[in-house]
Structure formats: C-alpha cells, structure tokens
Design a protein around this ligand. Structure first.
Ligand SMILES: C[S@@+](CC[C@H](N)C(=O)[O-])C[C@H]1O[C@@H](n2cnc3c(N)ncnc32)[C@H](O)[C@@H]1O
Length: 222
C-alpha cells in the first residue's frame, strides 16, 4: 500500500491492485452496486447513427467473426453481419434477451467479479463497445479476455466522448479523447500477453457528431 497526501490534505492510498495507475483512478462517484444502476431497462443507443455505423464497419474491416464474445453488451451489438456465435455479457437481462444477434446471453457483473465464466480459448474474438470506461478492475478483465481467446484472437474496444459520468471511473473523466486511447492501450499492455495495441479514430476528424475511437490488439500465442 502506498500512502500520499492529496491537495485537500486527505490521505489517499493506492494498492498493488491499481496496477501502477494513480490512487483513486478506478473510483467512481456512484459506488452503489451496478445492478442498481443497470437494473432499469435502457432500450436506447448510446452513440449516434454515424458512430454505430463506424463500429460495424470496423468489425467488418477487422474480420470479427466466428465465436465472438461481446462484453458489457445490451440489446444491440452493431455487427453488419452477425457472427456465427455471439455470446453477450452485460447487466440487464431484458436488454440482452432483445439482442437479436446473440446466440447466448449472460448477466454478470464484471466489477463484482472480473473473472469470465467461460473455458480457456472459448472465443475467436471479443468486443466491448462504449463501456470500457465503467470497468473498475480492467486489468483483471483484460487478462480474462486473453484467457478465453484463441491464439491470435482479436479484442476490440470502442468508445466515444459520452458516458454515464457517475459510473465512469475518475481516471477516465479526468482525461480527454487522446488520453482515453492511451488508457485503453495501457490496459492491454499492463494485462500482458497482447500484441502492441493499435489506436484509431474511426469517424472523420473534425466533423459534427459523436466521434468513434477504437483500440485493439490480438492475443499472443502462448
Ligand atoms: C453505455 S452501455 C453500452 C451497451 C452496448 N455495449 C452498446 O454498444 O450499446 C454500457 C453497458 O455496460 C454494461 N455494464 C456496465 N457495468 C457493467 C458491469 N459491472 N459488468 C458487466 N457489464 C456492465 C451495461 O449492462 C450496459 O449495457
């Protein structure tokens, strides 16, 4: 445990579980259980149509197919062509039930338990759309994604500049778009076992609408 004094004179601590990120990085304004926040149905889209189209185009470009795990999922997974098998994991049972592309569904709180209840090498690829900012133990989750992927399996995280601010981690809220790309790239690096992550802006720069950023890497063969 490392102790230091914050500017307001509070003593703040960072533990080895912070994986080198600053103290308080993974704290949130709303620390109530995620089941409370995500219990009510939200049959909405969290980014605009252009950004959604950019997610689908990226998945097609990167050839995300086969047996795919969509982490932190909801009623839409944004594939142009749904993969042969799509396992969706999220917090709201009714939203997941309405996901027409899904072939299996699981309600599982990754902040309560970052372990993924799937066998080693179960999936060919994994996705996480506009949700990585809500993970309080992302290094553990990224390690688990690596475990459940086949060798050279791809993990694609996409995000925009919108979020539920009370549920996003403070480190995310304190960073800009460029910083967010760097944070997700660090999640890949610090969890280990991935190729060097690539960061991209997938919507035209400087144009109106929600920007869509992506960070992806593939699991290195063990
Ligand atoms: C902004 S929505 C994005 C939903 C979907 N991925 C999309 O592209 O529309 C955030 C999603 O993260 C999921 N989520 C939030 N906290 C979670 C947690 N602790 N464990 C698993 N899923 C979580 C919620 O169920 C919610 O569907």
């Amino acid at each position: 445990m490392i102790r230091r004094r914050a500017r307001d004179n509070r003593v703040v601590t960072s533990s080895p579980d912070d994986h080198g990120f600053p103290a308080g990085f993974f704290e949130r304004t709303d620390e109530s259980t995620d089941h409370e926040f995500y219990g009510p149905d939200r049959f909405v889209t969290h980014i605009d149509d252009r950004a959604i189209a950019a997610v689908g185009a990226l998945y097609e470009h990167l050839e995300v197919s086969g047996r795919v795990l969509d982490l932190m999922s909801s009623w839409v997974s944004h594939f142009r062509t749904p993969p042969a098998e799509l396992s969706v994991l999220g917090m709201n049972e009714r939203e997941l039930a309405a996901n027409e592309a899904a072939t299996s569904r699981l309600v599982h709180d990754l902040n309560a338990d970052p372990r993924l209840p799937y066998a080693d090498r179960r999936f060919d690829a994994a996705t996480c759309c506009v949700s990585v900012d809500y993970l309080t133990q992302p290094i553990e989750v990224f390690r688990e994604v690596g475990r459940v992927l086949v060798d050279n399996g791809l993990f694609v995280c996409t995000f925009s500049n919108r979020c539920f601010p009370t549920k996003a981690i403070h480190g995310w809220l304190a960073s800009d778009d460029r910083g967010h790309g760097a944070i997700v790239a660090e999640y890949f690096r610090r969890s280990g076992g991935w190729t060097d992550p690539l960061v991209a802006l997938c919507t035209p720069p400087g144009t109106p609408g929600d920007p869509l950023y992506a960070v992806w890497a593939t699991r290195q063969p063990v």
